[in-house]
Design a protein around this ligand. Structure first.
Ligand code: PMP
Length: 476
């Protein structure tokens, strides 16, 4: 079985890394735990999982950290940041795609499989009860985290994409008709565009883009004029994965509600960067993915207002989502189980709770202030690179810097940086309309998280200076 304390060769398919990892990182630990970990892991006798069953993770959490935030403290919890890439400790600036995982989450996943693994909701035995409690604990943690009125307003999904498709396929199919309009901002990720196009085509409704301003903000005047009684839904990101823009979602929601429209907020990029309160926002739906929130891949959540979820028909059919099944009649489970057909990513939901606990163990204001200072530092430093231009310059933005570098193809920039162990993303970022707003099909993107440092930004900027000085990486 894969355990966090296995030798590095096992993780990298038997290949040795380019250079030996720093002592104590991903090398066998005598205690059978990751460096600095105090929790029990496989190797110790299986016990009812204390690391799992308690309220907060005993390995982290506000109780032990006292809310203090420093990027160094955060880094100590992230084993992969010690991993070398091309002979240098990795500099992870691809947080917009996925964030790295704290050992508290890794250990919870290992501990879950070692001590509590079972299918849920159906079993009369001990492990089924424990696994069910842990899974429902994950749901309750999400509800708390989002300021939702109750865990029953949280549907557990594979991630943001599945959450939005669920709304399109259930709410959309039930509520959209010929001539109806869905307003979708031009900065949306494809996962908040394509599901609407699909259901609109089926229901003969229309997807109408809300245009952007030159700085990457959502044009509020255009939005106000596009809203009408034909508008059934507004789909808007809480933060853009390309431009970093944080639109005035609360105000936009209030305006949409005046026309009786529902509002779906894509929180994929927001939740790791600033506190979210779905009730304050007034959102009808709010979606996010755990893997952009220091949690596992393949799991996420959809919040829905109780009365909206209650009126929605099920989507996928199968186990877990039913009440009674006969060949001539079927009744469905109550919300939210009605929307969770089949066996979900149970371990992932269990691992989402320590991710939330980890993030919320830090002082939120301090994290937001740090990320904002680091963003400003990085933007100023990047401005010194000849030919570099950052897209998206709204005053309110998360720490995402999408840029072009004159004479260099974005993919060549990413490959060049990778040689120095620096991970950035290049391409269309699954948000082609927002790049086309700048006349581009592709760009490079560095996206920061709370564990990034000014020194890492310096390395990025130095490598880009070097690239320009050498004239390397010309790709058209
Ligand atoms: N929305 C936004 C704004 C995103 O950045 C992403 C991921 N890049 C998604 C949705 C889709 O998330 P997932 O692939 O986890 O479903």
């Amino acid at each position: 079985m894969t355990t966090p304390d296995m030798a590095p060769g096992a993780l990298w398919g038997g290949r040795a890394p380019a250079a030996p990892p720093p002592t104590g990182v991903l090398t066998p630990q005598p205690s059978g735990a990751l460096p600095g970990a105090s929790g029990s892991l496989p190797g110790t006798p299986p016990q009812p999982p204390a690391a799992l069953t308690g309220g907060r993770s005993p390995l982290g959490g506000a109780a032990t950290r006292g809310g203090r935030f420093t990027p160094e403290a955060a880094r100590q919890d992230i084993p992969i940041l010690q991993r070398p890439v091309n002979g240098r400790p990795v500099i992870w600036l691809d947080n917009g795609a996925t964030t790295q995982t704290p050992r508290q989450v890794i250990e919870t996943l290992a501990s879950y499989y070692a001590t509590a693994n079972s299918n849920i909701h159906r079993g009369a035995h001990t492990l089924a009860r424990e696994a069910t409690d842990l899974y429902e604990g994950g749901r309750a943690a999400v509800a708390d985290f989002l300021g939702a009125p109750s865990p029953d307003t949280v549907v557990l999904t594979r991630g943001t994409t599945e959450a939005i498709n669920l709304v399109a396929q259930t709410w959309g199919r039930a509520n959209l008709g010929p001539g109806d309009e869905i307003l979708v901002s031009a900065l949306e990720h494809h996962s908040n565009i394509v599901p609407w196009q699909m259901i609109a085509k089926e229901r003969r409704a229309r997807v109408v883009p809300i245009p952007l301003l030159p700085d990457g903000g959502v044009d509020q005047e255009a939005y106000a004029s596009l809203l009408s009684h034909r508008t059934q839904l507004v789909a808007i990101s809480h933060a853009s994965n390309v431009l970093g823009t944080v639109p005035p979602v609360r105000e936009m929601t209030a305006l949409a509600h005046r026309y009786g429209a529902r509002v779906l907020v894509d929180g994929a990029q927001a939740v790791a960067h600033f506190p979210v309160d779905v009730q304050q926002l007034g959102a009808d739906f709010y979606a996010f993915s755990a893997h952009k929130l220091y949690g596992p891949t393949g799991v996420g959540a959809l919040y829905g207002k109780p009365e909206v979820l209650a009126a929605m028909p099920p989507w996928q059919g199968g186990g877990n989502m039913i009440d009674k099944v006969d060949f001539d009649h079927v009744t469905f489970a109550p919300v939210p189980h009605r929307f969770e057909a089949g066996t979900g990513h149970i371990a992932g939901v269990v691992g989402l709770k320590p991710a939330i606990d980890w993030l919320t163990s830090f002082d939120h204001e301090a994290v937001a202030a740090y990320e904002s200072a680091l963003l400003h530092y990085a933007e100023q430093a990047l401005a010194t690179v000849p030919g570099l231009e950052v897209l998206g310059t709204t005053p309110d933005k998360i720490a995402v810097m999408t840029f072009t570098l004159a004479g260099n193809d974005p993919m060549d920039i990413a490959r060049w940086l990778d040689q120095a162990g620096i991970a950035i993303r290049a391409g269309h970022h699954c948000a082609q309309p927002s790049l086309r707003h700048y006349g581009l099909e592709s760009a490079a993107r560095a996206s920061l998280a709370l564990y990034n440092t000014a020194e890492e930004v310096d390395e990025l900027v130095a490598a880009l200076h070097q690239l320009q000085a050498q004239g390397a990486g010309h790709g058209g």
